[in-house]
Design a protein around this ligand. Structure first.
Ligand SMILES: Cc1cc2nc3c(=O)[nH]c(=O)nc-3n(C[C@H](O)[C@H](O)[C@H](O)COP(=O)(O)OP(=O)(O)OC[C@H]3O[C@@H](n4cnc5c(N)ncnc54)[C@H](O)[C@@H]3O)c2cc1C
Length: 555
């Protein structure tokens, strides 16, 4: 297998690629939220404080007997790299050199048999196990919590990245769950196929991690979320294995596949996956549409979703996100300036309205004829509902910069700016109200912290009955109390979400951060049912303690 790409231990992405913020972005930040008086870079790796690893040599020897000498790592760099994921609190703590603990050892199995043997040993010795895929969790899903056990073992899936087989006739591929999304797409591309799963974290995610978190990609409106792609899977648990074959459908009782998808490493380790694939698109058309305001855009998107005219990607920014997107568009590019002028003219021409306007991106993928037909139908529906098509520039610009945004987060933190995202989904009938209430809760709580900020939102995954809302907010960090400031806002936003009838998470998963609101969503009997399943598969509670199924909290 190909080695997975290196990742900065204190942030996002390729360590060789320097993070940068353009001068207009820095200017906008200073004028709006404010930046730190002096840059606040991360500490050096050697200064990260970790307690020494606590496992006795005889335990390490038993692990070595299962995974081999090269399958065990407990050096400082490896433990730091497995100390956290990529949530805002994770990054704040890592950059300060003060992660909330680290695994005692990182174990690198090569197949399902080794995983099963590691889990059996850990259950016998009372060691907590944290499954580790691409390491991109944004909800604390990788926190190395012992849950009262004698130590923490991270099971890193990076040596389990093999393709096990392609069934061209059925359009399914079988893989080891540690395979990274780019490696799978490269393999499929040479065969004229695609999985079609492109989360913004695409560069690093493992398919096992995606399945464990019910992840969605940018074009989920067309390709579906990962839960629609997983047809079969093999999961090692502390008490044995569950193997479910790749079937197109089954009425054999409740959907066990769907209980394992989204289980966040709390029931076992997903070792292999059988995934649905599709023909790679011959054509991709991504283009811009402009609406008078967010409410009008929501109405038009609802009409699209309910009239069988859906694009593969549909994304609607609210007024604030549109304003910031256009303000930050690269001013050096003449054609983009031209686009802005044209947009301005079109916009002012819209029913004489002088509001702020909202930009949407529509993306169509598939065969040439199919794209032409679907695009025509969608644009007709958009026009009927007050939208203006503004050409391909915004769609192409969005596609080009899509995977660069995570790099900016690191630089924003260096400038003393808190940047965080959170997401939900709800029915169309609730969406406009929920947008107002969550946005208001974020803005009010930021102000209450003495750090008023920018709050932006977009819709990015459409269903016939509703859609997701994805908020991004920026504010100056409260130095010395960065986590307290974040917690205040997170709690206010989460409360607004559950009070307003939204899900606590549409695709980021539950982890630690959303666990206190889980019971509000599934009820106490629902929680009891999930805990009973855990007790059966993981009787000693070693699997990813403290995530997903913890006791109820606020709300
Ligand atoms: C910049 C950025 C952008 C993001 N964009 C998106 C997006 O567009 N869409 C989206 O859905 N998410 C997104 N995320 C969140 C994250 O990428 C997803 O949750 C992703 O699915 C995690 O995959 P991973 O391989 O990195 O898993 P990890 O982060 O390693 O693990 C996530 C959880 O799954 C468990 N786990 C991992 N592998 C296994 C396994 N084989 N078996 C059992 N449990 C396992 C872990 O214990 C943990 O609880 C983003 C994150 C970042 C940092």
């Amino acid at each position: 297998m190909v080695d997975p790409p290196l990742m900065r231990w204190w942030g996002w992405g390729d360590p060789a690629r320097p993070p940068t913020l353009s001068p207009p972005t820095l200017r906008l930040l200073s004028q709006t939220v404010g930046i730190a008086a002096r840059p606040r870079p991360p500490v050096a790796l050697g200064r990260v404080q970790l307690a020494p690893p606590g496992l006795p040599e005889r335990v390490l020897q038993r692990l070595r007997e299962i995974v081999g000498r090269e399958g065990i790592r407990d050096d400082h760099a490896e433990r730091v790299a497995h100390a956290a994921g990529k949530s805002y609190p994770d990054l704040v703590r890592l950059r300060a050199g003060e992660p909330d603990g680290a695994p005692d050892v990182v174990v690198l199995p090569v197949d399902a048999d080794q995983v099963r043997a590691v889990l059996e040993l850990c259950a016998r010795l009372s060691l907590a196990v944290v499954p580790f895929g691409g390491g991109t969790s944004v909800v604390g899903g990788l926190a190395p919590l012992s849950g009262g056990h004698a130590g923490v073992v991270a099971v890193d899936m990076r040596r389990m990245g093999e393709i096990l087989g392609l069934d061209r006739e059925s359009l399914t591929v079988a893989v080891q769950a540690g395979i990274r999304a780019p490696a799978l797409e490269r393999y499929l591309a040479t065969r004229g196929l695609t999985l079609g799963h492109f989360p913004q974290s695409f560069e690093y995610v493992s398919l096992g991690g995606c399945a464990a978190t019910r992840s969605v990609g940018q074009a989920s409106t067309g390709y579906g979320g990962v839960e629609r792609m997983v047809l079969g899977l093999r999961v090692a648990t502390p008490v044995g294995e569950i193997e479910l074959p790749a079937l197109p459908a089954s009425a054999a009782g409740p959907g066990l596949r769907q209980l394992l998808v989204g289980s966040e490493g709390t029931l076992g380790v997903i070792c292999t996956l059988a995934l649905r694939v599709r023909a790679a698109p011959q054509e991709r058309v991504y283009e811009g549409v402009f609406f008078e305001d967010f409410a009008a855009g929501v109405g038009a998107f609802q009409a699209l979703a309910q009239s069988d005219a859906l694009p593969d990607l549909a994304r609607l920014s609210d007024e604030e996100e549109t304003r910031v997107t256009l303000a930050l568009a690269d001013p050096g590019r003449v054609s983009l300036e031209g686009f802005k002028r044209r947009l301005g003219r079109l916009y002012l021409g819209m029913r004489g309205h002088r509001g702020r306007g909202c930009l949407a991106i529509l993306g169509f993928e598939g065969g040439h004829e199919e794209v032409a037909v679907r695009r025509e139908r969608a644009l007709a529906s958009i026009r009927q509902n007050g939208g203006l098509a503004v050409g391909r520039m915004p769609g192409e610009a969005w596609l080009k910069t899509r995977f660069s945004a995570p790099y900016l987060r690191d630089e924003l933190l260096t400038q003393g700016v808190m940047v965080e995202t959170l997401e939900t989904a709800s029915q169309w009938s609730q969406l406009r109200r929920l947008h107002r209430e969550i946005g208001g809760a974020i803005a009010d709580s930021l102000s209450a912290c003495g750090t008023p900020g920018l709050v932006m939102c977009h819709i990015s995954h459409l269903y016939a009955t509703g859609a997701s809302l994805y908020f991004t907010f920026l504010a100056r960090q409260r130095e010395g109390d960065e986590i307290g400031q974040w917690r205040t806002v997170k709690e206010a936003a989460s409360q607004a979400i559950v009070n307003g009838g939204g899900t606590i998470t549409h695709h980021h998963a539950v982890g630690i951060d959303h666990a206190p609101w889980m019971e509000r969503e599934v009820g106490s009997t629902g929680m009891a049912a999930l805990r009973a399943l855990k007790l059966e598969l993981d009787p000693t509670g070693i699997m990813n303690p403290g995530k997903l199924l913890v006791l109820s909290g606020p709300g």
